[in-house]
Write a protein that binds this ligand. Structure first.
Ligand code: G3H
Ligand code: ZN
Length: 283
């Protein structure tokens, strides 16, 4: 069935594990992620970016996820990822999303606070939970100077005010992670993460989960992270599989012959993450 975002994350926070948000891009991603979550007995969050919603079509996406959730024995959460506006949030809620992220992090603090407050008030009125972001979580192509990196990190005083004033159910602080494949080893600001945990008390979200070393993932979970977002790694697993099949057999034409193995590749990538995050057998 569909599950409760808040309940799933709070259980993670209390029991020292994290739930994965795996982004969906098509039918095969959705099937793979929900199937492996069932095999592992793990709650699961399906991330829907605005780009993916545009690609799949909001109605098709919701219909596919609903079919998967109805069959699922573990709770499935359909979560808007990096929602850019109040209007987009409303559209998703109206179409059956269980939770939303409003990302006002590119706005000045007061504006981010205002749009997040508005989203929380409207969403909570209809039982939908909200994640929001503070600081800047960029792409790995940003080659940051020391000063720029510092400027992008969440401020602890702002985090405290933001979480108290908005009442968000989950909070994504920028601590140096980024979207995409890292060029070198990511440097996560663990001191900052710990301070944010101490002043906020809500489940924390780690974006840019692709390519973060296992020991850093476990450290982040110890410091209050109970949701970890992964997208690029599954996209790569999917595409690498298809590329290898095409290289081996130039005559393949039946899409099932390469989409099937690609779907299996996502399952194994997600299985590894579920076990690392500690969410197996928690559903
Ligand atoms: O919101 C989505 C995630 O932060 C995905 O990051 O593509 O680097 O795994 P990733
Ligand atoms: Zn993200």
């Amino acid at each position: 069935p569909f599950g409760s975002f808040k309940q799933v994350l709070n259980d993670g926070l209390q029991n020292g594990y994290a739930v994965g948000q795996f982004n969906i891009n098509n039918l095969e991603f959705t099937q793979a992620i929900v199937e492996v979550a069932n095999e592992e007995g793990s709650p699961v969050i399906l991330g829907a970016s605005e780009g993916a919603i545009k690609y799949m079509g909001l109605d098709y996406m919701v219909a596919i996820v609903r079919a998967a959730a109805e069959k699922s024995k573990v709770p499935v959460i359909l979560h808007l990822d990096h929602g850019s506006s109040f209007d987009m949030v409303m559209k998703c809620i109206r179409n059956g999303f269980t939770s939303v992220m409003i990302d006002g992090s590119h706005h000045p603090f007061e504006e981010n606070l205002a749009v997040t407050q508005k989203v929380v008030e409207a969403s909570h009125a209809v039982g939908v939970h909200v994640e929001a972001e503070l600081g800047r979580i960029g792409g790995v192509e940003d080659d940051l100077t020391v000063d720029a990196r510092e400027a992008a990190l969440v401020r602890v005083d702002e985090a405290e005010v933001f979480v108290k004033k908005t009442g968000v159910d989950a909070f994504a602080p920028a601590i140096g992670s980024a979207h995409g494949h890292y060029k070198g080893k990511p440097e996560l600001a663990f001191d900052r993460l710990k301070d944010v945990r101490d002043v906020t008390g809500v489940p924390l979200v780690l974006h840019g989960g692709t390519g973060i070393p296992d020991e850093d993932i476990l450290q982040a979970i110890r410091f209050g992270v109970s949701k970890i977002n992964v997208n690029t790694e599954n996209q790569s697993a999917f595409t690498d599989t298809i590329r290898a099949i095409f290289e081996k057999d130039k005559n393949v034409y039946d899409p099932r012959k390469y989409l099937g193995p690609a779907r299996e590749a996502i399952k194994e990538a997600v299985r590894t993450k579920i076990r690392l995050f500690g969410s197996a057998n928690r559903a």
